[in-house]
Design a protein. Structure first.
Length: 307
């Protein structure tokens, strides 16, 4: 069962790094393990400045192979090796992942003391990791690209009075959640004997690079947090869209139409010294907007997801 989910904004700028913003990487700690969505150039140094240990990262999900989303991988992986990592690292990405990552990890005299498992994701589907799953869907960009959602599993709400009435030992509560029933002194207790209703899991969605797209509205549906790209605003709209991106307004529409609770904007074009107009545009459509700052952290409480 997941108690804590925390999001780390390790890189929040689009296209190329600037002194103010690194390129994209979002870390998510789920209890004691972590995943990354994208791994832009300075991800490893951002991790070192944050409270998220790079050794905790178990899986990395790359949205697409534009440099601002994956060029941090070789350095991060090499440092993991210097730190003595032996656990395998899983890297997922869209079509082409095996070739691109295979090439990337064979440059120079690169030696590792742990295994890297690369998996290409095709179509729209999801991967089940037990307490959470990662869903993926095709984004609307200029090259093959994915959007991702981390979806916590729904849990039955346990009722204290019923637990006591049925005399279920506390150390069996996880097992009964997982398996649906346990035996206590020869008597079978079913999950429904001690529960009432369902506690909806948290959902954290990340657009990667994409134009506004109706199919994604469905994919992002009921997100606790939607981390959405917003490369520019209306004065630049045609250019933004022709390069396969969204404006602040587009991000606001995606959040509003998908019934998202909170929108966090990332991937600002480095051309904008002041991102105020992008944020205002999103806010004119959807009120609960935060512009991500470098190294911002966000705890996602289970209460944020109560229906
Ligand atoms: Zn990008
Ligand atoms: Zn891109």
């Amino acid at each position: 069962m997941i108690s804590s989910i925390r999001v780390y904004f390790l890189g929040t700028g689009g296209s190329w790094p600037t002194p103010q913003r690194n390129t994209l990487s979002i870390g998510i700690r789920i209890n004691d393990e972590a995943i990354l969505f994208d791994c832009g150039e300075s991800t490893q140094t951002s991790l070192m400045k944050s409270s998220l240990s790079l050794m905790k990262i178990k899986r990395i999900f790359i949205t697409h192979f534009h440099g601002d989303h994956f060029l941090g991988l070789p350095g991060l992986i090499q440092t993991m090796s210097f730190y003595g990592r032996t656990d395998p690292l899983e890297i997922y990405g869209p079509v082409g992942a095996s070739t691109v990552l295979g090439n990337l990890l064979s440059i120079g005299y690169y030696s590792l003391n742990f295994e890297i498992r690369i998996e290409e994701l095709r179509g729209n589907s999801s991967l089940d990791f037990g307490d959470y799953s990662i869903a993926y869907a095709k984004a609307n960009h200029t090259i093959p690209a994915l959007s991702y959602s981390l979806i916590e599993r729904d849990y039955a709400k346990l009722e204290e009075a019923k637990i006591q009435e049925q005399k279920v030992p506390r150390n069996l509560l996880e097992k009964i959640r997982r398996e649906g029933a346990v035996k206590v002194n020869g008597k079978t207790i079913r999950l429904e004997d001690i529960s009432a209703g369902v506690r909806k899991g948290r959902k954290i969605s990340y657009s990667g690079d994409t134009r506004k797209d109706e199919s994604l509205t469905n994919f992002f549906r009921n997100s606790t947090i939607l981390i959405h790209e917003s490369t520019g605003e209306k004065s630049n709209e045609n250019k933004v869209i022709s390069y396969g991106h969204s404006t602040g307004k587009d991000a606001g529409i995606q959040a509003r139409d998908s019934n998202t609770k909170r929108l966090v904007l990332v991937h600002f074009s480095p051309r904008y010294i002041d991102i105020g107009p992008i944020v205002e545009e999103a806010r004119s459509i959807f009120p609960n907007v935060t512009a991500a700052d470098e190294l911002m952290e966000m705890e996602v409480s289970i209460n944020d997801q109560q229906a």
